[in-house]
Design a protein around this ligand. Sequence first.
Ligand SMILES: N[C@@H](CCOP(=O)(O)O)C(=O)O
Length: 433
Amino acid sequence: MQYYSLNNHALKVSFTTAVVQGLAPDRGLYFPESLPAPDLHFIQALEKYSDQEIAYQVIAPFVGDDIPETVLKQIISDTLSFPFPVNEVEPNVYALELFHGPTLAFKDVGARFMAGCLGYLLRNDQRPVTVLVATSGDTGGAVAAGFHQVPGINVVILYPSGKVSTLQEKQLTTLGGNIRALEVQGSFDDCQRMVKSAFLDAALQQHVLLTSANSINVARWLPQMFYYFLAVKQLKALGKQNPVFSVPSGNFGNICAGILASILGLPIAHFIAATNVNDTVPRYLENGDYKPSAPIATLSNAMDVAEPSNFVRVLQLFEQNFPALQAKLSGYAFDDTATVQAMEAMYKNNGYLLDPHGAVGYLGLKKYLALHPETTGVFLETAHPVKFADTAPHALKAHIHIPARVQALYDLPKQSIPLPATDEALKAWLLQQ
Ligand SMILES: N[C@@H](CCOP(=O)(O)O)C(=O)O
């Protein structure tokens, strides 16, 4: 499989190059040159396959010959070592729980898959590699855990100071060793811009081999298709067909992977991009005007993204056809008041604890289901409520059980390096390393 840059379709590279570079030299995101034809026989028989077999079948065409079958299967088995249950929280409304991994967020899948791929692809390269990653909360912890103590790889995490939860900050600032955290005096969008600029800087490229562990990297983006296949498999076993998925969306990598899964033949009726007040995409879907506004801090902080990197991939999946996009994707935005109300009502009525991101996904789903009541609906619970215990509504705090391994994290000292939110500051810091 070849990948082209979305800024220049003539610029094509292998899977290996796309993963090692992260971002194309012209700042474009890499995109698969061709999509595999839907294998309807496989999709109709999903429940006969194990989760690992499904994941292999889905991802193998995108990896091609760059990773041998046995190695790829091992990477998948290491990645999918925890469950992804769908849980019926109301009649015909399912929570797809993606928070059972080591850092309690959906990012664990992509981070572990990418760590496995990079380890194999660079196995004969003696140069030290620096993995740069910008986080609004969950990616940082997942990448830190996925790459911790991987030989030859240094991880540098940029996060917006004061804009991530206490537990998220502990996850990305306490591991030490090959993981370092830069506490940026700005927003997630600043962090993401700084990271992208670093990739394009010739002096930096001479100094160190840089790659990205955000979902701009195809090895982080593509394995997110697994969630949708595994959910559809479980729903089929329950006799539910053609569901709608509501995806809490920030950088749009997850929903973009879901849309790709549906293009590969997975029967999904519709997608809902559920956002907080950082609503660039819902506004665009309504009026066709793509106008990011300044980022706003919210309770669902991992989605505090004003300029979602992956939306260009979503547009490409629809070949820039706006009516086709609108037919398959709705966008709804919700503020913190609605989020808290949803969390409280869900617990009161159904005894189910939502995290703020899942609550936004649930609200998006309910809005859509009000117009399409016969549909089976799934919202993604992208992170465990314990990650947001400090900002949880008062009435719910007492019900959030903090596991011992999480409690232990609170006691570890934070190690972060303050950095101004400028491209020059990051460059200067990297050059000193
Ligand atoms: N929501 C993210 C922001 C970065 O997204 P990514 O999927 O591109 O890594 C976070 O939690 O950091």
